[in-house]
Design a protein around this ligand. Structure first.
Ligand SMILES: *[C@@H]1O[C@H](CO)[C@@H](O)[C@H](O)[C@H]1NC(C)=O
Ligand SMILES: *[C@@H]1O[C@H](CO)[C@@H](O)[C@H](O)[C@H]1NC(C)=O
Ligand SMILES: *[C@@H]1O[C@H](CO)[C@@H](O)[C@H](O)[C@H]1NC(C)=O
Ligand SMILES: *[C@@H]1O[C@H](CO)[C@@H](O)[C@H](O)[C@H]1NC(C)=O
Ligand SMILES: *[C@@H]1O[C@H](CO)[C@@H](O)[C@H](O)[C@H]1NC(C)=O
Ligand SMILES: *[C@@H]1O[C@H](CO)[C@@H](O)[C@H](O)[C@H]1NC(C)=O
Length: 370
């Protein structure tokens, strides 16, 4: 089918408004994704191994996400264009952080989610290179995170705030779910990580973190009640859990994990606050309120939704992802600079940040490379 239509080009496909074959779009827009990756790499600083480190619009965990997305991009495309930079980042950033001297070890900071992002990046680096060093770091990170599995409150689950020993939140537990399931799938004969992943899901699914709308709020109250705290349903909280459930399905063959993921994804697409005019939207009162950390969230959701979509025979989210990719490309991109994307995918372009750029790459990969 593809080879019969060599005359279809990016220009023409972008003009079509009706949903069309994902395969055609995917092939044709490889270059759109690559151009966004190239733009993301202009923010790369080889001295620190971080993206945009001198800007107050970037934070450390976002470089972990950039590495995760970059490594996945190379895994999916076969490109090795930025392998040297990816390896450089790990070599430098695995050193203990100066601002978190208590931590030691690889990728430790004051919140458990920080380690989770970098650990997932390590699993992708392992897939990319086959180098056992990356798998060993991911395993070490898993053990570090599991030390914060806290049964004193809320009957289990990881706490997020390491210095205070508090806050059972969504993102840390979702990252842990996905990390353990990925480790299981990467290590033949493993039972340890599968057990921990099942332990995490069993806890998470009953924790109250998922609200009546089917969306995941930020976390649980810190009092003895441990109930849903009603804090924002950030898009990334709807996303990382999807990848975890896809991995658990791959590990077990049990379709109930995909059904659970589908319920969350469907709740997002049905949400008037998270999807506006067909375009994924971060629930912030203002753009300022979301900066800088929230700039990356939508791309994390999109990346994970793409993985869920690829695991489902009917590809229920392909049209949504393609529509968002087209919207972002048409409206959120700085056309004169080329390929930087701003925060709101509805546009207009606001400014260059690593968060919004990596979000665009996550979206384009989900739309075109899954
Ligand atoms: C995409 O990149 C490939 C490989 O460099 C090139 O052959 C092709 O012409 C490009 N396609 C478009 C639409 O720019
Ligand atoms: C849970 O966290 C609290 C507060 O930091 C701590 O006192 C307690 O020992 C922890 N419990 C477990 C089982 O780790
Ligand atoms: C995982 O759980 C199974 C069944 O509950 C148990 O037989 C096995 O020993 C566990 N493996 C590890 C490494 O804990
Ligand atoms: C989640 O928990 C509910 C009960 O609260 C249960 O019915 C459902 O099967 C669980 N889902 C999965 C995928 O484990
Ligand atoms: C962004 O997140 C980091 C922790 O990952 C935190 O230190 C920083 O204060 C956050 N920035 C804002 C503006 O909330
Ligand atoms: C878009 O990019 C051009 C070229 O780099 C730059 O001059 C312009 O300021 C950018 N626009 C915005 C809104 O930042």
């Amino acid at each position: 089918m593809l080879s019969q239509l060599p005359w279809l080009t990016t220009c023409c496909l972008l003009l079509l408004s009706t949903p069309i074959s994902g395969a055609l779009i995917r092939r044709d827009n490889l270059n759109t994704t690559r151009a966004a990756v190239d733009a993301m790499m202009t923010l790369y600083d080889p001295t620190t191994g971080l993206w945009d480190p001198s800007s107050n619009g970037s934070s450390w965990w976002q470089s972990g996400v950039a590495l995760w997305i970059l490594a996945d991009y190379m895994v999916r495309t076969g490109s090795r264009a930025y392998l040297v930079q990816a390896e450089n980042t790990v070599a430098i950033q695995r050193a203990p952080l100066s601002w978190w001297p208590e931590g030691g070890g690889d990728f430790r900071a004051d919140s458990t989610d920080d380690t989770g992002w970098w650990a997932l990046a390590m699993t992708s680096m392992y897939q990319l290179t086959g180098d056992d060093m990356y798998l060993a770091i991911a395993r070490e990170d898993e053990a570090y995170m599991y030390a914060y599995w806290n049964t004193t409150t809320c009957g289990g689950g990881l706490i997020w705030n390491i210095p205070a020993g508090t806050y059972h939140n969504a993102i840390s537990n979702e990252l842990y779910l996905q990390l353990t399931a990925r480790l299981h799938n990467l290590i033949p004969g493993d039972t340890l990580y599968l057990n921990r992943s099942l332990q995490e899901w069993s806890w998470f699914n009953r924790s109250g973190m998922v609200n009546a709308q089917g969306l995941v709020n930020d976390g649980l109250t810190d009092n003895a009640a441990c109930v849903n705290n009603g804090m924002p349903t950030w898009t990334y909280n709807q996303g990382v859990v999807l990848g975890g459930l896809v991995e658990l399905h791959a590990a077990t063959g049990d379709g109930t994990y995909l059904s659970a993921a589908r319920r969350i994804a469907d709740a997002v697409l049905a949400s008037a606050s998270l999807v506006q005019g067909g375009v994924l939207t971060e629930p912030c009162a203002s753009e300022e309120e979301c900066e800088p950390n929230g700039t990356a969230f939508k791309g994390i959701f999109a990346k994970e939704l793409g993985r869920l979509d690829a695991a489902l025979a009917d590809r229920p989210y392909a049209a949504f992802l393609e529509g968002n990719a087209r919207a972002a490309h048409a409206n959120a991109r700085n056309a004169s600079a080329g390929n930087y994307y701003g925060f709101r995918w509805q546009g207009p372009f606001d400014r260059v940040t690593v968060g919004s750029q990596e979000a665009a790459v996550g979206l384009l990969m989900a739309a075109y490379l899954e």
